[in-house]
Design a protein around this ligand. Structure first.
Ligand code: AMP
Length: 427
């Protein structure tokens, strides 16, 4: 079965056409600058790339160009849209309504729209992307996979805020958590690499990108996570503050005479690594400045590492221990320096790293802890499209189209590192 994975942002639509059987990415690309001058579509197949400057006034036009790219005689990999078995949409907020993927119908679409007030940029764009696909791909099922769904298993003592209880019952103010698709993938993957059942493990998963979150995964289910009602809470991020004393907010609003919208923009876009360093949200640039003796650059990196360490410790404690720690996303996959700042001097806690392995992480998933380390540490390359494609397969494929047994623990991953000789568990 071929699945089209769509990630609609406010001004862009990223896509991948995936053969779910081989898990091959057949074609990928992006419609960018939607609604702005200079819009274009870029498509990439295995051997070719094509860039077209084209007016994209809205998401409807963006999806039309994505589909014509898939059918394009130069670069397209399909002859008819009927070859697409399902379209999978990544949705940031599923609120309290969704604890798993769903096939889109009027009710599902209504709920996604209802949640626009909780995720204004993300859910609005996603709804537009879904509607455009529904118009232009009639008869092809549209599947939605939510970033929040994985976290619906978080127990009330972790997802309720210490506020008047009516805010929970009347306004749905609770911890939702995000990056769930990534935490789900990474935890499945590490269990497979360790030859264990995820259901028997306690995993702390660190998704460290420009946005970042930590997740406690106990017996295969999200047990706690660092992001909350919105993606602003938790660890320090590229431009987001993460958790701070909430009393700072009214204090600064009064001092600087700010509106709620202005304050929100400061917390989301002018804080975090950027706010403290005053240099950038990108740790590569901050690291460079640190080497030339910049105090704020050094402080920002130390604060970032500490905020991650704090959650690792808290979540391991909450779960009564930890078997595996995983690190993923832009910072996690690429920065040996930051991984070392986070994990150094943790032997007493059960984390014994192999610093040479840490310095030599490449494109493959690998362990960076020693063989005897009580807590195994893995760098995993996250693959959210895999989970979405699997959701599509599970909900839409005919039985004869399903390539592997549905239990993901038994699925050989594409880049499975056989040199380690780690078997997949057969039950
Ligand atoms: P993401 O949101 O997952 O794409 O992560 C983006 C962030 O990852 C950037 O802002 C950088 O801080 C970091 N990053 C990306 N590539 C590298 C790299 N090669 N080395 C170190 N950090 C990187």
């Amino acid at each position: 079965m071929k699945t089209l994975i769509v990630n609609s942002g406010s001004s862009s639509i990223k896509y991948q056409l995936i053969d779910v059987t081989s898990f091959d990415v057949l074609q990928s690309g992006e419609a960018a600058q939607i609604g702005f001058p200079g819009s274009y579509i870029r498509s990439k197949s295995k051997t070719r790339m094509k860039h077209i400057n084209v007016a994209l006034p809205d998401h409807e036009a963006g999806i039309r160009m994505v589909l014509s790219g898939l059918l394009d005689p130069d670069i397209g990999v399909i002859k008819s849209l009927d070859e697409i078995g399902a379209v999978g949409h990544r949705i940031v907020h599923g609120g309290k309504y969704f604890d798993g993927p769903a096939i889109v119908d009027d009710d599902v679409l209504d709920k996604i729209k209802k949640l626009i007030k909780l995720a204004p940029l993300h859910n609005d764009a996603a709804a537009k992307g879904i509607e455009a696909c529904m118009h232009q791909m009639q008869g092809i099922p549209q599947v939605v996979s939510f970033d929040t769904a994985f976290h619906m298993t978080i127990p009330p003592e972790h997802h309720t805020y210490a506020l008047p209880y009516e805010y929970y019952t009347d306004y749905d103010v609770r911890k939702y958590g995000f990056h769930g698709i990534s935490h789900d993938y990474v935890s499945r993957r590490v269990a497979a690499l360790m030859g264990r059942r995820r259901e028997s493990m306690r995993i702390v998963s660190c998704h460290l990108g420009n946005g970042g979150s930590i997740c406690a995964i106990k017996k295969g289910k999200s047990f706690d996570t660092s992001m909350g009602f919105t993606p602003l809470d938790g660890i320090m991020m590229g431009t987001r503050c993460g958790s701070i004393d909430p009393a700072i907010i009214p204090f600064i609003m009064e001092e600087k005479d700010l509106t709620p919208q202005e304050m929100d923009a400061i917390l989301n876009r002018e804080s975090g690594l950027l706010g403290v360093s005053g240099i950038s949200n990108d740790i590569r640039e901050i690291d460079e400045a640190r080497y030339s003796g910049n105090y704020r650059a050094d402080l920002a990196l130390k604060m970032y590492a500490e905020s991650v360490r704090r959650y690792i410790g808290a979540f391991a404690f909450e779960m009564g221990g930890c078997d595996a720690l995983t690190i993923t996303a832009g910072i996690g996959q690429n920065s040996a320096m930051m991984r070392r700042m986070i994990l150094e001097h943790m032997e007493g806690f059960g984390i014994v790293c192999d610093w040479e392995a840490n310095a030599n992480v490449g494109a493959k998933d690998c362990a960076i802890s020693t063989e005897g380390s009580p807590i195994q540490v893995y760098v995993i390359h996250t693959n959210e499209e895999y989970i979405i494609a699997k959701d599509c397969e599970r909900l839409c494929a005919k039985p004869e189209e399903i390539a592997f047994d549905k239990d993901p623990l038994k699925e050989p991953a594409k880049d499975f590192d056989t040199s380690k000789g780690i078997p997949f568990i057969e039950e």
